[in-house]
Every structure is written in C-alpha cells, then in structure tokens.
Ligand binder design. Sequence first.
Ligand code: NAD
Length: 333
Amino acid sequence: MHCITLIPGDGIGPEVAEATVRAVDATGVAVEWERVEAGAQALAQHGSLIPDDVFASIEANHVGLKGPTATPIGGGHQSINVALRKKLGLYVNFRPVRMLPGLKTRFHDLPLNLAIFRENTEDLYSGLEHEVVPGVVESLKIITRNASMRIARAAFEYARREGRAKVTAIHKANIMKQSDGLFLKCCRETAAHYPEVQYNELIVDNACMQLVMRPETFDLLVMPNLYGDIISDLAAGLVGGLGIVPGANIGDRDAVFEAVHGTAPDIAGKGLANPTALMQSAVLMLAHLGERDAAARLQSAIHRVYAEGCHLTGDVGGKASTSEFTDAVIRGL
Ligand code: NAD
C-alpha cells in the first residue's frame, strides 16, 4: 500500500485530479490517498494558501500528486509552487515532452522526445523584490553554485541512465554574465564527467527560435528556473498543448508530481479539462514508486485512446468530456 498526498488544487485541478485518481486506482496498485487542500480554496477555508498539514503530509509520505493552484496576483502572497519546491528541497523540475500517437499537431510528423530539466528553487523565483524608491522596483535573480551543480548533475545522470545523446544548456550569459555565467560554468564542469554525452549551449532567445524551427534536433535541455518555465510551455505547444505535458518536482527525499499547466480558469468546472497531463505525471509517479508495470500499463492505455482518437478532449481536437476520456483510459486498462 502506497500512501500518497493528493492536492487537488484550484480551477480545473479537482477535475483532473479526480480523473487521475480513478485511472491510478484502475491500475490495481493499492494507494491510500491523503487529501489536503492548498490554494485559493485553502485560503478561503483556513486563512492560508498552504496550511501546515500540506507540508506535514508530504514529509510523511514522501510522494505527492498535485493539481494546479492559483496564487493571487499581487497582494504579497508567495506562490504555492515556489514555497513547496523551496521548503521540501524539490530542486529538479523534470518535464518530458513527447508526441502522442495519432495526435495531429503542426509537428506531428516529427518524433519529438525532449527532456526538460528546470532548476526549481532559485533564480528570479527567489521572491526577493523590493521598492528601492517610489517608481523603482528591484527583483533579485539568485544563482548559486550549489543549486546549479545539482540540477546539472541530475540532468547528466538522467542522460547517462536513459541513453540520451545530447545535453543543451540554455542561458543568457551574454547579458547576465555573472549569474548565467555561473550556471554555465557549473554545466561545463559537470559535462566534463560525462564524456559519452554530447554537450552544447544556446542563448535562450535563439533556443526558442530553434525549438520552433528544428525541434527534432533537441534532446535534453537544462536551464535555470525562469527559462525553464517559459520553454516548458513553448515545448508543450509543439506536442499538442498544455493539456498533455507532465512534470515531476524531485528532491533528495520527497517528490511531487504535477502537470505543467495552470488552473485554466476559462474552462474550470465545465468538464472540459484534459486530464492527460496529470495522468502522465501519475505515470512518472508510479515509476518513481517502483510500480513500473502499472506505469507502463497506464501509459499505453493513454496512448491507445490517442491512437484511436474517438474520446479526446476539446483542446486536442476532440469532443469528449474529462470523464469520457477517463472512462476510455480505464477501459483500456
Ligand atoms: P493555464 O495553464 O491555466 O492556461 C493556459 C491555457 O491552456 C488556457 O486557455 C487553458 O484553458 C488551457 N489549458 C491548460 N490546461 C489545460 C488542460 N488540462 N486541458 C485543456 N486546456 C488546458 O495558464 P494561465 O491561464 O496563465 O494561468 C492560470 C492560473 O494558473 C494562474 O493563477 C497561474 O498562477 C496558475 N498556474 C499554476 C501552475 C501550477 O500550479 N503548477 C502552473 C501554471 C500556472
């Protein structure tokens, strides 16, 4: 029996979380879901965006599945994601970006299989902002050797383990010579220990253009936090949108699995959300828990629904509701 913390979240979060719980339960793996609230719902009910029981639950279970959460814009609230990642030391944000069988996108004829490694704890997400004088605001971009080395190591270790041929470090060290310069230095130092993996570097603006023009030339990408946020959404657009791409936040002790997408307020509560991204995050979670057979079965059930193409949600060109898609995946299992 695995005890897993479940944070349904806000907006479409509860809908995709419910769908994913049904799919994971249908694999036959014994899971006890410990539900805790974080986000706008928790703020309204408990007066806090992340009540203490959220941290306590993940620290006890070591594994969480999280729906997207809304952080009120302005008003001094720290982002829930930033707080969770920093407090639990979830320094790797891993996002595999793959084409799904049968899905028609602008790039469907390309065999895209990218792995994005985003540093998850610092950069402009340090939350250190202040008004210097009225009309002048400063945000601090923090890059440390410690955090840069550990994300670089995680990326190269993955490349070695999974047989990835090339690691590309994304940066803007031509302008941020010291901060991004330090990040690059750490990547180069790490690359020297993995001679079997090809290593190159790209400036972030050029990387965006190349990703759109020649996405098939990329393999594994490693980058600081902000570029990782933006490039993840760009890469999601290559394979069918935000409804697809899963993610994992991983530290030395704990791991929290969540989709790349946000709360999608425009479609929340309508039964239209695509749960694929969170289901594929659950595939990563099952593998992390050592349930490799269940992970493979859930992944191929999702692939089958895409290959058949009859029960897809609106964002990927279908007409099915969240629950119709989920029923089809469960039938496949
Ligand atoms: P978003 O990802 O919520 O939505 C962008 C677009 O993609 C919308 O048109 C939405 O309908 C669509 N979309 C996203 N996920 C989808 C899915 N599963 N199925 C179908 N369509 C989907 O981005 P946003 O609008 O910029 O952000 C909304 C809120 O989400 C903000 O409060 C933001 O802070 C929050 N957010 C949270 C997380 C997280 O908790 N991990 C991540 C990103 C954004």
